[in-house]
Design a protein around this ligand. Sequence first.
Ligand SMILES: [Mg+2]
Length: 349
Amino acid sequence: MSRKILHADCDCFYAAVEMRDNPALREVPLAIGGSAEGRGVIATCNYPARAYGIHSAMPTARALRLCPHLTLLRGDFDRYREASRQISAIFHELTPLVEPLSLDEAFLDVTEVTRFSGSATWMARWLKEECLKRVGITVSVGAAPSKFLAKIASDWEKPDGLTVISPSQVDDFVRQLPVTKLHGVGPATAKRLQALDIDTCSDLQTMPLERLLQEFGKFGRRLFELARGIDDRPVRIERERKSVSAETTFASDLPELALCYAELAPLCERLDARLARHGHPPVAGIFVKVRFDDFSLTTLDSRGGLPDLENFAALMEQAWARRARPVRLLGVGVRLVTDDARRQLSLPF
Ligand SMILES: [Mg+2]
C-alpha cells in the first residue's frame, strides 16, 4: 500500500509574520536579515522584494544594492517561534507523525488518518485553511506517496500552493522532472550529470545502475531510485537537533589552503541563513570539517567559539594542517546547546 505524505511550507515565513502584524509592510519590498555592516545575510524576504532578485542567503549588502529602499528588519524570533508553535499544533491535530525541518516547514505522514475520508487532498486543504484562519499565515502544501515528491509538490505552485501527486501520477511527474530538483543533487553533482547529458529523470532512467554506481559511488543507487520516484525514508517525529552546518563538495579538489579561504565566506553565509531558519538557537561551539582528496576526513571543534569568518578560518587552517593535502569537501557548523545542558543551567544551587 502506498503512503500519504504531506509537506507543509509557510510562504516567506518571517516576512509573513511581520506583514500579518503590520499590514503597511505588505506592499513594500521587505526582508528579514542581518545588517550589511555586520556582513549579515537575508533570512527571508516577501514577494515584492523577490521581484528585485533578492532571495534568502543573499548577503544583505548585495540585497541593498539591488533595492536601496528595501525595508530591512532584524527579526523578532520570539514572535516567529510562537507562530511556528501554533502552526505545529494544527499539524498535530491531524497526526502525531510530524517531522519538523525548521521553524516553518514539516513533513506529515497521514497514511493512517481516517478524517476527511482519508483524502490527503482534503487534509491539505484543511491545514491551509486553519493556518490562515488561526495564525494568519499562508502555507503551501504538497501531497505525494514519498517525502521527496511531497517536498517538490509544496514548491510547485508557491505561494499559497496546493499540489497533489497521486500514486498513479508519479511516473509521469517524475519523468519530466529536472534532475536538479532531486534531493541531494547539489551544484557539483548537477554539473557531472550535465556532462553525461542527463537533464531530466527520464534521461536518468536510461542509465544502468552499474554505471551510476561507477560515476557517483553510493549516491548512484539513490539517484537510480529517485529517478523512478522511489524514496522510502520514513517521517521521523521530532528529535533534538544537535548541530547546524553547511558544506560543499567541490567539482574539482582545491589544491592549496589559499583556495580554501576563498570558499569559506559563501559557506558561512549559507550557515547563517540556516541558523536563521532555525530561529537562531543558542550556540555551544563551532566546528569545521575537511575531507581530503584521499577521502580521509577530519573534524575540529572549538568549544565556546562564535560562528564568524575569522574563527572558522583559524579552525580550518589547523584542520587542514593535519594532513596538508588537496581538499575535496569543506564544511562549517555550530554545536547547539542541548536541552539537557539548558535545563542544568537553569537549576538553582
Ligand atoms: Mg518556507
